[in-house]
Structure formats: structure tokens, C-alpha cells
Design a protein around this ligand. Sequence first.
Ligand code: GAL
Length: 404
Amino acid sequence: MRLELVSLTAALGSSAHAAVAGEKRLNNGLGIKPALGWNSWNAGQCNAASAKFALDTANKFVSLGLKDLGYEYIVIDDCWSTKSRNSSGYLVPDPSKWPNGIKAVSDQIHSMGLKFGLYGCAGTMTCAGYPGSEGHEVQDAKTLASWGVDYWKYDNCYTPCNGGRVQTCGSPIGNTRTWMTTMGNALQQSGRNIFYNLCQWGRDSVWTWGASVGNTWRMSTDNWNDWASVVRIASAAAGISQYSGPGGFNDLDMMQVGNGKLTPAEEKTHFGLWAMCKSPIVLGNDLSKISSATLAIVKNKDLLAINQDSLGKAATTFRPSGAAAPVSGQLYPYWAGPLSDGVVVGLTAANGAATLSVNFKDVPGLGSGSYSWKELYSGQTGTGTSVSFNLASHDMVVLKVKTS
Ligand code: GAL
């Protein structure tokens, strides 16, 4: 469901005081690297919440070579259940969408060497009006475990609200951490180790505590399949990069590459920034219709290696000498982050075609020497103390710079 842009700006504004000190990370052994997978929502909203879509996508993971590259989770989002629980209070898979139930599908997905995920919600209803888990957390977590669910995305609609139970509450009673933790505890006692994705749209400075409750946390409202969303989300992620690390990562939201609205250049920038920021890369398109250009982006081994680097440190913006300062909410051209074996540098033509240059001595982690680099979309390589690229509007280059 489309949610209004709520108090995100206010929430982001308070990130400066935040400290992770004293917070124990969840440490369930999952999400040591950003999750790679697919989710049904962007691909077809309620219409894609079916066994058929899950299994077709699993087959595509294999036939398109995505599984071999590490794409693993097939996650079904909102609308998979019936509109009410059964008389014993259990969630019921909609029989028209899951003719053999959920377990049969998760078994099949497991037999292909892949993992299966589902979506739920902390309030009385999901955002699309299906039963939520409030008051049923322990029962639902056990149900998920019995179905062999590996990944649980947990949303924030119809939670306690001063204005009555509304889809997206602007004036909540209490804190999202409370209900995200209730479900987290239930998952831990479910008998199955389940990856936990918090989806409370970046409220309550989730990046400061998300790692103690879950494996990933959405840090923004939705990625609405437009360039403005890419700009909004990536620029917000730059300010909270320090909270991502092995076992707990900022989730910049599901991908919109392949969904027909972004230009080819914008798709590169979307994917490149999500990869550099160590976001989970959860594809959100119908894989039976993917173009060769989009497929090449999501299968780019070098970019996936940046995302999956063992250091798990998210890139952020840096300001070269002489460059204008970053402006909140606008996409900054200069990005960099440490890798286990070098530094990744990203340049984005955020405001139209541009020639962008960078002296390596201005990049955090690099110095005044000469470096060898590779541009990960074109494969172009070079050596020197600086680089310069002519970029089309909204395009991006991503350089891996070697430090040894
Ligand atoms: C939103 C969530 C989306 C999607 C949708 C389903 O709250 O941010 O990612 O899950 O609900 O209704």
C-alpha cells in the first residue's frame, strides 16, 4: 500500500546524537553479509503473493544464473493469507494462491538450494488489510517455523495510534522498538533460526537499535519506482552508514530495477549505490520479463562483490577539496567506502550530464600515491593519482581502487 512520507525527516534529523554503544547485536548468525534475494511486492503487489510466483522466481534464480551469484531469498510480501485467521487463531494461506499450502513451496525452494521468506505486520492488520500479528506473535512465529520459513519481513501498519487504528499512524502510542522486539523474541523462541527484516520505515532512529533486534532494518519510506526515491533514500543512507555492519545492515528497500520507470543510467545508479551502501539487494521485478540490460546490472559480479565484501562497511559521501558541500535530501556526486582489499569510489551525475573528477588523495582511505583502478560497469581500468569521467545525466561509475 502506498504510505505517505511521514516523520522521516524528523527522525533522520535526530541521528546525530545516536550511539550504538551498549547495544548488543542480535547475533543469530544470519545476515553476516547483506541479504541477496527477491520480493514479490514491487513486482506485482498482491497479485504476486502466490506459490506460482514464488516457484517461477526460484526457477528463474537458477536458469538466469542468479543463484550461482549468491541470490538466495525468495520472499512473498503482503496478501498471501486469507483475510481472517481460523477459529484457533492461526494464519491461513489463501488456498487460491497456495493450493498445496506454504510448506510444500518452502520445501521445494529448499530443495533447489534457496531460501523462503514471508511478510507480516506488527499491528492488527497488514498494510493491505490482511491479519496482523499483534497479540499472536508467539503463535505466528511457531507457524512460520513449522512451514520452514527462513526470512520474516515485519511491517508497521495498524499499530497503536492516538488517532485510532489507521494504516499509517502519524501519532503513535509507544515506540516501534517495542513491537519489533516482541516479534523478535518470538522468532528466537520459535525453534527455527529466522532472518528478521524490520520494516518500520526508518522510524524511531531504528539504525541506532535495529542491529540488536533484527538483521536488517528499513531506514526510509518506500522506494516508489522513481528517480526521486533513489535520491531520497541514498542521500539519507549516507548519514547513517556507520550503523551497518556484519549481521545488521541498513535496508534501503527493495530494488526497482527492471520495473520500467528508471532510465538505463538510473538503474545503474540505483544498483550501484545500494551495492556500495551494503543494502540488502532484494530484486523487485518480474524475472520472466527482465531485459538483458537490467540482467547485466543485477548480475554484475564486481558490484555484487563490493556489496558482499567481508568488511561489511557501508560507503558514504566524501567532499573533495573545492567541491560544494552535500545538501540534505539531494544526491551528492562523491561516494566512497572501505573494502577488505581496497576502496570503492562512486561518482554520480545527480543533476544532469557532467564531467566528474576525483583526486585519489581526497578519498578517505587513499593517499597521495598512484593507484590502479577498475570501473565496475564498463570494465575499464587505469592507473594514476586521479580519474575523470564524462557521465550522462543520472549515470554512475563505480571504481574499485586497489591499495596494494
Ligand atoms: C509497506 C512496505 C512495503 C510493502 C507494503 C505491503 O508498508 O513498506 O515494502 O511491504 O507495505 O503492503
